[in-house]
Design a protein around this ligand. Structure first.
Ligand code: URA
Length: 430
Protein backbone atom coordinates (compact mmCIF):
# COMPACT_ATOMS: atom_id res chain seq x y z
CA UNK A 1 0.00 0.00 0.00
CA UNK A 2 1.20 3.51 -0.78
CA UNK A 3 -0.10 5.98 1.83
CA UNK A 4 0.07 9.04 -0.45
CA UNK A 5 -2.01 7.21 -3.06
CA UNK A 6 -4.72 6.37 -0.49
CA UNK A 7 -4.73 9.98 0.74
CA UNK A 8 -5.02 11.24 -2.84
CA UNK A 9 -8.03 8.98 -3.40
CA UNK A 10 -9.87 10.55 -0.47
CA UNK A 11 -8.63 14.04 -1.38
CA UNK A 12 -10.19 13.62 -4.82
CA UNK A 13 -13.53 12.50 -3.36
CA UNK A 14 -13.27 8.79 -4.16
CA UNK A 15 -14.37 6.19 -1.59
CA UNK A 16 -11.73 4.09 0.14
CA UNK A 17 -12.00 0.32 0.08
CA UNK A 18 -12.48 -1.44 3.44
CA UNK A 19 -8.93 -2.85 3.11
CA UNK A 20 -7.43 0.59 2.55
CA UNK A 21 -9.35 2.14 5.46
CA UNK A 22 -8.32 -0.75 7.72
CA UNK A 23 -4.68 -0.63 6.65
CA UNK A 24 -4.46 3.15 7.03
CA UNK A 25 -5.94 3.28 10.54
CA UNK A 26 -4.04 0.18 11.71
CA UNK A 27 -0.73 1.52 10.40
CA UNK A 28 -1.27 4.84 12.14
CA UNK A 29 -2.21 3.11 15.41
CA UNK A 30 0.88 0.89 15.33
CA UNK A 31 3.12 3.91 14.70
CA UNK A 32 4.15 2.83 11.20
CA UNK A 33 2.36 5.73 9.53
CA UNK A 34 3.48 9.23 10.59
CA UNK A 35 1.10 11.85 12.05
CA UNK A 36 1.62 14.02 8.96
CA UNK A 37 -0.05 11.42 6.73
CA UNK A 38 -2.92 10.80 9.13
CA UNK A 39 -3.38 14.59 9.48
CA UNK A 40 -3.74 14.86 5.69
CA UNK A 41 -6.21 11.99 5.63
CA UNK A 42 -8.26 13.60 8.43
CA UNK A 43 -8.42 16.85 6.48
CA UNK A 44 -9.43 14.98 3.30
CA UNK A 45 -12.21 13.25 5.29
CA UNK A 46 -13.19 16.60 6.81
CA UNK A 47 -13.76 18.06 3.33
CA UNK A 48 -15.08 15.02 1.45
CA UNK A 49 -16.87 13.00 4.15
CA UNK A 50 -17.22 9.21 4.20
CA UNK A 51 -19.80 6.92 2.63
CA UNK A 52 -21.88 4.58 4.80
CA UNK A 53 -19.56 1.67 3.97
CA UNK A 54 -16.45 3.69 4.81
CA UNK A 55 -18.01 4.93 8.08
CA UNK A 56 -18.89 1.38 9.17
CA UNK A 57 -15.38 0.23 8.20
CA UNK A 58 -13.88 3.08 10.26
CA UNK A 59 -15.98 2.17 13.32
CA UNK A 60 -15.01 -1.52 12.96
CA UNK A 61 -11.30 -0.87 12.67
CA UNK A 62 -11.38 1.58 15.57
CA UNK A 63 -13.13 -0.97 17.80
CA UNK A 64 -10.70 -3.69 16.71
CA UNK A 65 -7.72 -1.44 17.50
CA UNK A 66 -8.24 -2.12 21.21
CA UNK A 67 -9.97 -4.41 23.65
CA UNK A 68 -13.72 -4.77 24.14
CA UNK A 69 -15.32 -5.05 27.56
CA UNK A 70 -17.52 -8.07 28.19
CA UNK A 71 -20.59 -7.63 30.37
CA UNK A 72 -22.37 -10.74 29.09
CA UNK A 73 -22.48 -12.12 32.67
CA UNK A 74 -24.10 -8.96 34.04
CA UNK A 75 -27.80 -9.41 34.77
CA UNK A 76 -28.72 -5.70 34.92
CA UNK A 77 -29.05 -3.57 31.75
CA UNK A 78 -25.65 -2.21 30.69
CA UNK A 79 -26.02 1.28 29.25
CA UNK A 80 -24.21 4.55 28.73
CA UNK A 81 -24.64 8.19 27.74
CA UNK A 82 -22.34 10.39 25.70
CA UNK A 83 -22.48 14.03 24.69
CA UNK A 84 -21.01 15.62 21.61
CA UNK A 85 -19.51 18.26 23.91
CA UNK A 86 -20.28 21.69 25.26
CA UNK A 87 -19.70 24.31 27.96
CA UNK A 88 -20.93 23.63 31.49
CA UNK A 89 -21.95 20.11 30.44
CA UNK A 90 -21.61 18.16 33.67
CA UNK A 91 -24.45 15.73 32.96
CA UNK A 92 -22.30 12.56 33.05
CA UNK A 93 -21.29 13.24 36.67
CA UNK A 94 -24.96 13.34 37.65
CA UNK A 95 -26.45 10.76 35.30
CA UNK A 96 -24.06 7.85 35.93
CA UNK A 97 -24.67 7.58 39.71
CA UNK A 98 -28.36 8.47 39.29
CA UNK A 99 -28.97 5.56 36.91
CA UNK A 100 -26.72 3.19 38.87
CA UNK A 101 -28.88 3.95 41.91
CA UNK A 102 -31.86 2.87 39.77
CA UNK A 103 -30.22 -0.53 39.19
CA UNK A 104 -28.61 0.06 35.79
CA UNK A 105 -24.94 -0.63 35.00
CA UNK A 106 -22.87 2.18 33.47
CA UNK A 107 -19.28 1.55 32.36
CA UNK A 108 -18.63 5.12 31.26
CA UNK A 109 -15.56 6.01 29.25
CA UNK A 110 -15.47 9.78 28.98
CA UNK A 111 -13.29 12.42 27.38
CA UNK A 112 -10.94 15.20 28.35
CA UNK A 113 -11.33 18.76 27.09
CA UNK A 114 -11.52 18.90 23.30
CA UNK A 115 -11.14 22.21 21.45
CA UNK A 116 -13.22 24.83 23.27
CA UNK A 117 -15.31 22.23 25.16
CA UNK A 118 -14.73 20.95 28.68
CA UNK A 119 -13.97 17.32 29.59
CA UNK A 120 -15.69 15.10 32.15
CA UNK A 121 -12.40 13.49 33.16
CA UNK A 122 -10.66 16.83 33.80
CA UNK A 123 -13.52 17.76 36.14
CA UNK A 124 -13.47 14.47 38.05
CA UNK A 125 -9.70 14.70 38.46
CA UNK A 126 -10.25 17.92 40.43
CA UNK A 127 -11.41 15.60 43.25
CA UNK A 128 -8.21 14.85 45.19
CA UNK A 129 -7.11 11.24 44.65
CA UNK A 130 -9.66 10.45 41.93
CA UNK A 131 -8.24 7.86 39.51
CA UNK A 132 -9.50 8.07 35.96
CA UNK A 133 -6.63 6.32 34.19
CA UNK A 134 -6.69 2.69 35.20
CA UNK A 135 -6.35 -0.66 33.43
CA UNK A 136 -9.61 -2.04 32.04
CA UNK A 137 -9.88 -5.02 34.45
CA UNK A 138 -9.81 -2.59 37.40
CA UNK A 139 -12.46 -0.41 35.74
CA UNK A 140 -14.63 -3.44 35.12
CA UNK A 141 -14.26 -4.62 38.73
CA UNK A 142 -15.44 -1.18 39.96
CA UNK A 143 -18.45 -1.28 37.63
CA UNK A 144 -19.26 -4.86 38.74
CA UNK A 145 -19.07 -3.85 42.41
CA UNK A 146 -21.12 -0.65 42.47
CA UNK A 147 -22.87 -0.35 39.08
CA UNK A 148 -20.94 2.60 37.66
CA UNK A 149 -17.50 4.11 37.19
CA UNK A 150 -16.15 6.83 34.91
CA UNK A 151 -12.68 6.66 33.43
CA UNK A 152 -10.79 8.36 30.61
CA UNK A 153 -9.93 6.60 27.45
CA UNK A 154 -7.18 4.12 28.14
CA UNK A 155 -4.76 3.00 25.46
CA UNK A 156 -6.41 -0.41 25.71
CA UNK A 157 -9.83 0.60 24.37
CA UNK A 158 -10.13 2.05 20.84
CA UNK A 159 -6.42 2.76 20.72
CA UNK A 160 -6.88 4.29 17.28
CA UNK A 161 -9.36 6.86 18.60
CA UNK A 162 -7.04 7.93 21.41
CA UNK A 163 -4.36 8.82 18.84
CA UNK A 164 -6.73 10.23 16.21
CA UNK A 165 -8.67 12.34 18.75
CA UNK A 166 -5.46 14.04 19.88
CA UNK A 167 -4.43 14.72 16.28
CA UNK A 168 -7.89 16.03 15.30
CA UNK A 169 -7.80 18.42 18.23
CA UNK A 170 -4.66 20.15 16.90
CA UNK A 171 -5.46 19.96 13.16
CA UNK A 172 -8.93 21.63 13.20
CA UNK A 173 -10.61 18.41 12.06
CA UNK A 174 -12.90 17.80 15.04
CA UNK A 175 -16.06 19.12 13.36
CA UNK A 176 -16.47 16.26 10.89
CA UNK A 177 -19.62 14.13 11.12
CA UNK A 178 -18.01 10.78 10.13
CA UNK A 179 -15.00 11.40 12.38
CA UNK A 180 -17.21 12.28 15.37
CA UNK A 181 -19.34 9.19 14.61
CA UNK A 182 -16.26 6.96 14.43
CA UNK A 183 -14.81 8.38 17.61
CA UNK A 184 -17.92 8.28 19.79
CA UNK A 185 -19.53 5.10 18.51
CA UNK A 186 -16.36 2.98 18.52
CA UNK A 187 -15.71 3.86 22.19
CA UNK A 188 -19.29 3.23 23.22
CA UNK A 189 -19.61 -0.10 21.34
CA UNK A 190 -16.28 -1.28 22.81
CA UNK A 191 -17.71 -0.73 26.31
CA UNK A 192 -19.89 -3.81 25.72
CA UNK A 193 -23.16 -1.93 26.38
CA UNK A 194 -26.68 -2.84 25.19
CA UNK A 195 -28.19 0.65 25.35
CA UNK A 196 -27.01 4.17 24.67
CA UNK A 197 -28.35 7.70 24.75
CA UNK A 198 -26.53 10.45 22.91
CA UNK A 199 -26.85 14.13 23.75
CA UNK A 200 -26.30 15.77 20.38
CA UNK A 201 -25.70 19.43 21.04
CA UNK A 202 -26.36 22.17 18.56
CA UNK A 203 -25.79 25.92 18.64
CA UNK A 204 -22.98 28.41 19.04
CA UNK A 205 -21.01 26.33 21.56
CA UNK A 206 -21.47 22.94 19.89
CA UNK A 207 -19.38 21.28 17.21
CA UNK A 208 -22.63 21.09 15.17
CA UNK A 209 -23.67 24.71 14.76
CA UNK A 210 -27.02 24.07 13.05
CA UNK A 211 -29.91 21.75 13.77
CA UNK A 212 -29.53 20.33 10.27
CA UNK A 213 -25.94 19.23 11.00
CA UNK A 214 -26.99 17.89 14.42
CA UNK A 215 -29.79 15.87 12.83
CA UNK A 216 -27.38 14.39 10.30
CA UNK A 217 -24.93 13.43 13.06
CA UNK A 218 -27.73 11.99 15.22
CA UNK A 219 -29.14 9.93 12.34
CA UNK A 220 -25.69 8.51 11.53
CA UNK A 221 -24.97 7.57 15.13
CA UNK A 222 -28.35 5.89 15.50
CA UNK A 223 -27.72 3.92 12.30
CA UNK A 224 -24.31 2.79 13.56
CA UNK A 225 -25.69 1.87 17.01
CA UNK A 226 -28.42 -0.24 15.44
CA UNK A 227 -25.97 -1.97 13.09
CA UNK A 228 -23.78 -2.91 16.08
CA UNK A 229 -26.73 -4.10 18.25
CA UNK A 230 -26.71 -1.17 20.65
CA UNK A 231 -30.17 0.35 21.12
CA UNK A 232 -29.50 4.05 20.57
CA UNK A 233 -31.63 7.08 21.44
CA UNK A 234 -30.69 10.58 20.37
CA UNK A 235 -31.70 13.74 22.24
CA UNK A 236 -30.96 17.10 20.61
CA UNK A 237 -30.20 19.90 23.07
CA UNK A 238 -29.24 23.54 22.72
CA UNK A 239 -25.70 24.72 23.33
CA UNK A 240 -26.50 28.35 22.54
CA UNK A 241 -25.53 29.21 26.09
CA UNK A 242 -23.57 27.43 28.83
CA UNK A 243 -25.45 24.74 30.74
CA UNK A 244 -26.06 25.43 34.43
CA UNK A 245 -25.00 28.37 36.53
CA UNK A 246 -21.36 27.29 36.59
CA UNK A 247 -18.92 26.20 33.90
CA UNK A 248 -15.32 25.23 34.60
CA UNK A 249 -13.59 22.49 36.52
CA UNK A 250 -14.07 22.02 40.30
CA UNK A 251 -17.08 24.35 40.26
CA UNK A 252 -18.84 21.84 37.94
CA UNK A 253 -18.22 19.03 40.44
CA UNK A 254 -19.85 21.24 43.07
CA UNK A 255 -22.81 21.97 40.80
CA UNK A 256 -23.19 18.24 40.08
CA UNK A 257 -23.33 17.62 43.83
CA UNK A 258 -26.01 20.32 44.04
CA UNK A 259 -28.01 18.52 41.34
CA UNK A 260 -27.69 15.18 43.13
CA UNK A 261 -28.83 16.92 46.33
CA UNK A 262 -31.94 18.30 44.63
CA UNK A 263 -30.82 21.92 44.59
CA UNK A 264 -29.25 22.14 41.12
CA UNK A 265 -30.19 24.51 38.30
CA UNK A 266 -33.32 23.64 36.33
CA UNK A 267 -31.68 23.55 32.87
CA UNK A 268 -29.08 21.00 33.98
CA UNK A 269 -31.71 18.81 35.64
CA UNK A 270 -34.03 19.03 32.63
CA UNK A 271 -31.32 17.71 30.28
CA UNK A 272 -30.20 15.06 32.79
CA UNK A 273 -33.74 13.77 33.21
CA UNK A 274 -34.49 13.84 29.47
CA UNK A 275 -31.41 11.69 28.79
CA UNK A 276 -31.69 9.41 31.82
CA UNK A 277 -35.36 8.69 31.17
CA UNK A 278 -34.50 7.33 27.69
CA UNK A 279 -32.24 4.74 29.31
CA UNK A 280 -34.85 3.91 31.97
CA UNK A 281 -37.36 3.20 29.17
CA UNK A 282 -34.83 1.23 27.07
CA UNK A 283 -34.04 -0.87 30.18
CA UNK A 284 -37.77 -1.45 30.87
CA UNK A 285 -37.48 0.22 34.28
CA UNK A 286 -40.24 2.63 33.25
CA UNK A 287 -42.96 2.57 30.61
CA UNK A 288 -42.79 6.24 29.70
CA UNK A 289 -40.92 9.48 30.37
CA UNK A 290 -43.31 10.59 33.10
CA UNK A 291 -42.84 7.40 35.11
CA UNK A 292 -39.06 7.43 34.51
CA UNK A 293 -38.72 11.03 35.70
CA UNK A 294 -40.82 10.36 38.79
CA UNK A 295 -38.56 7.41 39.71
CA UNK A 296 -35.40 9.40 39.05
CA UNK A 297 -36.63 12.35 41.13
CA UNK A 298 -37.34 9.95 44.01
CA UNK A 299 -33.79 8.61 43.85
CA UNK A 300 -32.53 12.18 44.13
CA UNK A 301 -34.84 13.24 46.93
CA UNK A 302 -34.22 10.11 49.03
CA UNK A 303 -30.44 10.60 48.76
CA UNK A 304 -29.70 7.33 46.92
CA UNK A 305 -28.29 9.04 43.82
CA UNK A 306 -25.90 11.19 45.86
CA UNK A 307 -24.86 8.17 47.97
CA UNK A 308 -24.01 6.35 44.73
CA UNK A 309 -21.90 9.31 43.61
CA UNK A 310 -19.99 9.17 46.92
CA UNK A 311 -19.53 5.41 46.46
CA UNK A 312 -18.18 5.98 42.95
CA UNK A 313 -15.77 8.70 44.07
CA UNK A 314 -14.50 6.49 46.91
CA UNK A 315 -14.05 3.32 44.85
CA UNK A 316 -12.09 5.41 42.31
CA UNK A 317 -9.76 6.62 45.08
CA UNK A 318 -11.23 10.11 45.49
CA UNK A 319 -11.65 11.97 48.77
CA UNK A 320 -15.42 12.19 49.21
CA UNK A 321 -15.16 14.19 52.42
CA UNK A 322 -14.49 17.37 50.47
CA UNK A 323 -17.39 17.07 48.02
CA UNK A 324 -19.29 19.86 49.69
CA UNK A 325 -16.25 21.89 50.65
CA UNK A 326 -13.84 23.72 48.41
CA UNK A 327 -10.47 22.05 47.95
CA UNK A 328 -9.77 24.35 45.00
CA UNK A 329 -10.20 27.98 46.07
CA UNK A 330 -9.20 30.28 43.22
CA UNK A 331 -6.72 33.06 43.95
CA UNK A 332 -8.21 35.49 41.39
CA UNK A 333 -11.74 36.65 40.61
CA UNK A 334 -12.86 39.31 38.14
CA UNK A 335 -16.43 40.18 37.17
CA UNK A 336 -17.58 40.68 33.61
CA UNK A 337 -19.88 43.73 33.63
CA UNK A 338 -22.66 44.81 31.26
CA UNK A 339 -21.43 47.64 29.03
CA UNK A 340 -24.98 49.09 28.79
CA UNK A 341 -28.52 48.42 29.89
CA UNK A 342 -30.38 45.80 27.84
CA UNK A 343 -31.51 42.23 27.33
CA UNK A 344 -28.97 39.49 26.60
CA UNK A 345 -29.64 38.62 22.96
CA UNK A 346 -27.07 35.89 22.44
CA UNK A 347 -24.02 34.26 23.98
CA UNK A 348 -21.42 32.99 21.53
CA UNK A 349 -20.68 29.93 23.60
CA UNK A 350 -17.71 28.81 21.50
CA UNK A 351 -16.00 32.16 22.21
CA UNK A 352 -16.88 31.77 25.89
CA UNK A 353 -15.34 28.28 25.74
CA UNK A 354 -12.12 29.57 24.17
CA UNK A 355 -12.02 32.26 26.87
CA UNK A 356 -12.31 29.49 29.44
CA UNK A 357 -9.46 27.60 27.76
CA UNK A 358 -7.34 30.77 28.33
CA UNK A 359 -8.34 30.58 31.99
CA UNK A 360 -7.11 26.96 32.33
CA UNK A 361 -10.43 25.08 32.00
CA UNK A 362 -9.13 23.40 28.81
CA UNK A 363 -5.91 22.90 26.88
CA UNK A 364 -4.31 24.84 24.04
CA UNK A 365 -1.67 22.13 23.72
CA UNK A 366 -2.02 18.44 24.60
CA UNK A 367 0.39 18.70 27.55
CA UNK A 368 -1.10 21.85 29.13
CA UNK A 369 -2.17 21.48 32.76
CA UNK A 370 -5.78 22.11 33.77
CA UNK A 371 -6.34 24.73 36.50
CA UNK A 372 -8.84 22.93 38.74
CA UNK A 373 -9.79 26.23 40.41
CA UNK A 374 -10.86 27.82 37.12
CA UNK A 375 -14.45 28.54 36.19
CA UNK A 376 -17.24 30.99 35.58
CA UNK A 377 -20.43 31.72 37.46
CA UNK A 378 -23.12 33.08 35.16
CA UNK A 379 -25.46 35.51 36.88
CA UNK A 380 -27.42 36.10 33.68
CA UNK A 381 -28.22 34.16 30.50
CA UNK A 382 -30.09 34.76 27.23
CA UNK A 383 -33.26 36.80 27.73
CA UNK A 384 -32.12 38.25 31.04
CA UNK A 385 -32.38 42.03 31.55
CA UNK A 386 -29.27 43.74 32.89
CA UNK A 387 -28.43 47.24 33.99
CA UNK A 388 -25.28 49.09 32.85
CA UNK A 389 -22.28 48.00 34.98
CA UNK A 390 -24.18 45.09 36.52
CA UNK A 391 -22.06 41.89 36.69
CA UNK A 392 -23.14 39.31 34.09
CA UNK A 393 -20.60 36.70 35.11
CA UNK A 394 -17.85 36.08 37.66
CA UNK A 395 -14.62 34.61 36.27
CA UNK A 396 -12.20 32.93 38.65
CA UNK A 397 -8.96 30.94 38.51
CA UNK A 398 -5.43 31.05 39.82
CA UNK A 399 -3.83 32.93 36.95
CA UNK A 400 -5.13 36.49 36.53
CA UNK A 401 -3.70 37.00 33.04
CA UNK A 402 -5.83 34.07 31.82
CA UNK A 403 -8.95 35.82 33.12
CA UNK A 404 -7.93 39.04 31.38
CA UNK A 405 -7.65 37.19 28.05
CA UNK A 406 -11.01 35.52 28.68
CA UNK A 407 -12.68 38.88 29.32
CA UNK A 408 -11.79 39.96 25.77
CA UNK A 409 -13.60 36.87 24.44
CA UNK A 410 -16.59 37.43 26.77
CA UNK A 411 -16.85 41.02 25.55
CA UNK A 412 -17.21 39.78 21.97
CA UNK A 413 -19.41 36.84 22.90
CA UNK A 414 -22.22 38.40 24.90
CA UNK A 415 -24.53 40.66 22.89
CA UNK A 416 -26.97 43.08 24.53
CA UNK A 417 -30.03 44.51 22.75
CA UNK A 418 -33.70 45.34 23.18
CA UNK A 419 -35.56 42.27 21.90
CA UNK A 420 -37.05 39.74 24.37
CA UNK A 421 -35.29 36.39 23.88
CA UNK A 422 -35.93 32.79 24.77
CA UNK A 423 -33.68 29.74 24.56
CA UNK A 424 -35.39 26.41 24.01
CA UNK A 425 -33.23 23.75 25.62
CA UNK A 426 -34.56 20.36 24.51
CA UNK A 427 -34.97 20.44 20.77
CA UNK A 428 -36.19 16.98 19.88
CA UNK A 429 -35.26 13.32 19.83
CA UNK A 430 -34.72 10.46 17.45
N1 URA B 1 -16.58 13.42 21.70
C1 URA B 1 -15.87 12.33 21.30
O1 URA B 1 -15.69 11.37 22.04
N2 URA B 1 -15.36 12.34 20.05
C2 URA B 1 -15.55 13.36 19.20
O2 URA B 1 -15.08 13.28 18.10
C3 URA B 1 -16.29 14.49 19.62
C4 URA B 1 -16.82 14.50 20.89
Amino acid sequence: MIPAEIIAQKRDGNPLSRENMKWFVESFTSGELPESQMASMLMAIYFNGLTEDETFALVEVMIASGEKLDFSQTTTPVVDKHSTGGIGDKISLILAPLLASAGLTLPMIAGRSLGHTGGTIDKLEAIPGFQAEVPLPKFKSWVDQIGCAIIGQTGEICTADKKMYALRDVTATVQSIPLICGSIMSKKIAEGINGLVLDVKTGSGAFMKTMEQAEQLGAWMKKIGTAFDVETDIVFTSMNQPLGQYAGVWCEVQESVDCLKDRGPKDTMDVTLALASKLMIQSKKAVDEKEAIAQLNRLISNGKAFDKFVEMVEIQGGDSSILEGNPCPPSDTINFYASKEGIIQSMDTEKIGWGMVEMGCGRKNPNDLIDFTAGVEFYHKIGSEVKKDEPIARLFNSNKSGIEKALIQFNDAIVLGDEPQDNKLILGSL
